[in-house]
Design a protein around this ligand. Structure first.
Ligand SMILES: NC(=O)c1ccc[n+]([C@@H]2O[C@H](COP(=O)([O-])OP(=O)(O)OC[C@H]3O[C@@H](n4cnc5c(N)ncnc54)[C@H](O)[C@@H]3O)[C@@H](O)[C@H]2O)c1
Length: 494
């Protein structure tokens, strides 16, 4: 069977420089104005040069496929550009560190930056990661010793544009994965200072990056992390498409009808953090339009889990896992609660439905996207999730695994909902592009990953770290601004 990206061509490859009688960067939309080649009636005259194979001279970028090019080699995740240089912004984080090791093990040349703000934000709330993580110097050394991976790391704030630009010019990454944002909805809802800090960090960091990419590495693909929370949960029950309306979607109004195909779908963010992601969406979309940048905007579901082969290879290689009300995502928090005997907290009715994906499956998706770069000017969106569950179902699954496999007396409680959200709603997410266009096949079931989490979190050292911070699990941050611990509404033993 052909690999999913076998038929992509140099047109998609970050190793080419586009050349010819076309000023690409200047006019993304006015194809008519392009000067046409002498014998190519109707065709746009675009040529390319390959930075890796200069001996080819100028050639037609559609002419060579990944399958034919010796620079692209076969891997389990599609063809991969040999020694491809990938820069991860936010490399010290939950996903960033995991991806660095994952890509390093596959033979990518990994570089990255981080300013450790996640460590600072968690400390500011008086919490800690319950899976202990090493300092960056120790992480880098362990990656070298245990996995033979050399990571080119620079400590910096991505808002420091001159330093970021310098590092990008030095490394010349062929893909940039942008994780470097504050990922927490409740943190952004604490007060004005926190809301402003999250939006400043996230929105301005991304905007500055786009300008740097335009000026230094316009052929590089940008993999920008958004979230499924950008869409909200449309109460009409209409499907949640992948960023844009499909070609056959129509708007009907007062007896007239228009195509909606290709238009961005409405966003309905659910916190000031999610608003920052929506603002990013528009900034990235515009940059692709104005400057022919190439980007995938990845609407990621909530991640759960602790496991990949690489992070489990040595305790110094572990990635972080948070369980407090601000930074603990729901499945990770539920498993920790089950381990220390706090009834799992369902907010409100518990019928809120969200998209989810395991840590390992998210890494697979990212690799497939990196290996299959968007074409010039493309703003592509994928909904990255492997399934969807109600919060009540998740609690029941964690309770079942905890009771049956680990003999824990897990209880579930319903508490007041501190958020402003519908707690009963229709939900029909479309998540077809990753499996259909990029060959993604989920490898890890929810139960399996929950089992692995219990294995790790019941270890005495980690259980003790959960005990130390368990008073930070039950929420006190209300979307209304109120600060009061939520009350229990109902408690179930079994
Ligand atoms: N974890 C999830 O469930 C989830 C779900 C959907 C989307 N996302 C998105 O994925 C991305 C990564 O999430 P994560 O869970 O790994 O979060 P994380 O906080 O663990 O990782 C983000 C990293 O970026 C760094 N960072 C933040 N601002 C920075 C700046 N200005 N300069 C340099 N470094 C900076 C942080 O120190 C941190 O190490 C985020 O954009 C998040 O919004 C996460």
């Amino acid at each position: 069977m052909k690999l999913h990206n076998a038929q992509k061509t140099c047109w998609n490859c970050p190793a080419i420089d586009l050349a010819g009688k076309v000023d690409f960067r200047a006019c993304g939309q006015s194809v008519e104005a392009f000067e046409r080649g002498p014998d190519q009636e109707g065709d746009v005259y675009v040529m390319a040069e390959c930075k890796r194979r200069p001996e080819l001279g100028l050639f037609d970028p559609m002419g060579i496929t990944f399958e034919e090019c010796p620079e692209w080699v076969e891997t389990p995740f599609g063809y991969m550009l040999k020694d491809m240089r990938v820069m991860i912004l936010g490399i010290d984080g939950y996903l960033g560190w995991t991806l660095a090791l994952w890509l390093g093990a596959l033979g990518f040349q990994v570089s990255g930056v981080d300013n450790y703000s996640r460590r600072d934000w968690v400390m500011e709330r008086g919490s800690h990661t319950v899976v202990p993580i090493a300092r960056m110097t120790e992480r880098l050394q362990a990656a070298r010793e245990v996995l033979g991976i050399n990571i080119n790391f620079r400590r910096m704030d991505i808002l420091d544009r001159s330093r970021l630009r310098e590092f990008i010019e030095e490394v010349k990454p062929e893909a940039i994965v942008h994780y470097a944002e504050c990922p927490s909805a409740p943190y952004s809802m604490i007060d004005a200072d926190h809301a402003i800090e999250v939006q400043r960090n996230n929105v301005l960091g991304t905007l500055g990056l786009l300008f740097i990419m335009r000026d230094t590495v316009p052929e590089t693909s940008l993999l920008k992390l958004g979230t499924m929370g950008e869409y909200g949960t449309p109460l009409t029950g209409r499907p949640i498409f992948e960023g844009m309306f499909p070609a056959d979607a129509v708007l009907r109004w007062r007896g007239r009808e228009w195509s909606l195909g290709g238009e961005l779908t409405p966003r309905d963010p659910v916190s000031f953090y999610h608003v920052s992601k929506v603002q990013d969406t528009f900034n990235v979309y515009e940059a692709c339009k104005y400057w022919w940048l190439r980007s995938y905007d990845i609407m990621q579901g909530v991640i759960y889990g602790v496991h990949t082969e690489q992070v489990a290879a040595d305790p110094r290689l572990r990635t972080r896992l948070d369980i407090d009300e601000w930074f603990g995502t729901v499945v990770n928090r539920f498993v920790a609660q089950a381990v220390v005997g706090i009834p799992l907290t369902i907010y409100g009715a518990g019928e809120q439905i969200r998209g989810f994906i395991s840590l390992q499956d998210a890494m697979q998706c990212m690799t497939r996207l990196i290996c299959s770069p968007p074409e010039p000017g493309e703003y592509g969106v994928v909904n990255q999730m492997s399934g969807y569950y109600s919060i009540r179902e998740l609690a029941e699954t964690v309770a079942r695994v905890g009771r049956k496999e680990f003999n824990l007396p897990v209880k579930i409680q319903r508490v007041e909902n501190p958020r402003v959200e519908a707690d009963r709603h229709p939900f029909e997410p479309i998540f077809e592009r990753l499996p259909n266009d990029f060959g993604f096949e989920p490898q890890v079931s929810l139960e399996e990953e929950i089992y692995r989490m219990f294995e790790l979190l019941t270890q005495p050292e980690i259980k003790a770290r959960i005990e130390q911070k368990k008073h930070l699990i039950i929420p006190r941050t209300w979307w209304s601004g109120m600060k009061k611990q939520v009350e229990t509404l109902e408690l179930w033993e079994e």
